[in-house]
Design a protein around this ligand. Structure first.
Ligand SMILES: [Zn+2]
Length: 394
């Protein structure tokens, strides 16, 4: 579902506001620090939001409301019920829709005068530079380490500011990376944490209001960068503890040995950030693993023909309870120690929800010597779309 990036004809910068816009932005216009000049800067600004989830919600809402003239929204994910506790861009009726598109519709309704592009794609090393190049400021609202390093490196390579925020449980951080004299994410964190050491929000939880506060700080920093006003967070890491209701600040210095922004740069192009962070599984994008695939329609016709196929479901038991293809259940994480339960002489079709985890499983099994094995393309979601709509999607 990747949206093709259309090269935008370079529009002439706006030099005036309509009467409607003057009314809409009047609370900005009457402040000398913004005024007509500042509002036109906002109108001519192009900001790319990476992620439209928890941090992306206040970011999108406030930047659209403030009149940032062009917003790009990058997210490959779909709204689910667990998002609604904090991702306030979305309503219950958005569940199941692509986040970037649902956010585009919501923000267009908030401010029809701005241009919004939604990119239903996962940010990868292959598309990041192309996506970033049309925007002035990149705002990182993601929740995983590979994407943070990717956003950082792409911003440094292109010389673009990276407005950073992160949240976990009751604590948040924000700063601005990628400015000429300031540090980058790699100056602060030269190495990613060992995989699995830092739990994600899905594993560790997050208090609903927290992304609202941290994302709002990112939105404020973005607007200040556009206006060229005030002291921004370059070289300062703002730490917020919601339980103590305390803000602290850490001074950040540029690391002279930084492989990305130091004087002796050793990284000159984007790398495989999933490998760099040691992350595998559902989080990794599909292109990392190339495995033989079978489409849902192919599987259906082979089953109808009576072919002897062994269906391997690598999801978790609670997912199996939601829906299943009557396959044998061996969760991906248990596969290495339960591989002996599988018969390598039989033809196996592995599946999960979307086809990502099962691609890992097929890759693993092929390395273990299985030859007659396929990945069900698009997983049970595609099965529901293409073969049997009575199978619920989740
Ligand atoms: Zn650096």
């Amino acid at each position: 579902m990747a949206t093709t990036i259309q090269p935008q004809a370079e529009a002439k910068p706006a030099t005036a506001l309509s009467n409607e816009e003057i009314l809409r932005y009047s609370r900005h216009l009457i402040m000398p620090e913004v005024g007509m000049e500042g509002q036109l800067k906002l109108k001519n600004a192009k900001v790319l939001l990476i992620g439209t989830g928890g941090l992306g919600a206040p970011l999108g809402l406030y930047l659209a409301a403030a009149g940032v003239g062009r917003l790009g929204l990058v997210d490959f994910d779909v709204v689910d019920f667990t998002n609604l506790q904090r991702q306030v861009t979305f309503g219950t009726s958005d569940v199941g829709k692509y986040k970037s598109e649902a956010a585009r519709i919501r923000l267009s309704n908030l401010n029809p005068d701005i241009h919004i592009d939604s990119f239903e794609t996962q940010l990868t090393s292959a598309n990041a530079l192309e996506l970033f190049k049309d925007f002035d400021i990149i705002v990182d609202g993601t929740d995983n380490f590979p994407t943070r390093y990717l956003v950082n490196d792409a911003c440094i390579l292109l010389g673009k500011p990276n407005v950073y925020g992160s949240i976990f449980r009751f604590e948040g951080q924000a700063t601005v990376f990628g400015m000429p004299d300031g540090p980058c994410y790699r100056c602060l964190y030269p190495e990613p944490p060992p995989p699995g050491l830092v739990p994600s929000c899905a594993e560790g939880g997050v208090l609903g209001v927290l992304p609202g506060i941290v994302g709002s700080i990112q939105a404020m920093e973005t607007i200040k960068l556009i206006l060229g006003r005030g002291d921004n967070l370059v070289g300062r890491l703002l730490l917020f503890d919601a339980l103590a209701m305390k803000f602290r600040e850490l001074k950040l210095r540029k690391n002279p040995n930084c492989p990305m922004c130091g004087p002796h740069r050793t990284i000159h192009q984007l790398i495989d950030y999933y490998e760099f962070c040691g992350v595998r599984g559902e989080e990794a994008p599909e292109p990392n693993v190339q495995v033989p695939e079978m489409t849902p329609r192919e599987l259906k016709s082979r089953l109808d023909r009576g072919d002897d196929l062994f269906i391997l479901d690598v999801r978790e038991p609670h997912e199996y309870q939601i829906c299943n293809l009557k396959g044998a259940l061996i969760p991906l994480g248990e596969l290495p120690r339960r591989v002996h339960e599988l018969d390598s002489s039989r033809e196996i079709v592995a599946h999960c929800r979307s086809g990502k985890r099962s691609a890992e499983a097929v890759d693993f099994l092929r390395k273990a010597g299985f030859r007659k094995i396929h990945n069900l393309k698009g997983g049970i979601l595609a099965w529901s779309d293409e073969v049997d709509p009575s199978v619920p999607k989740y």
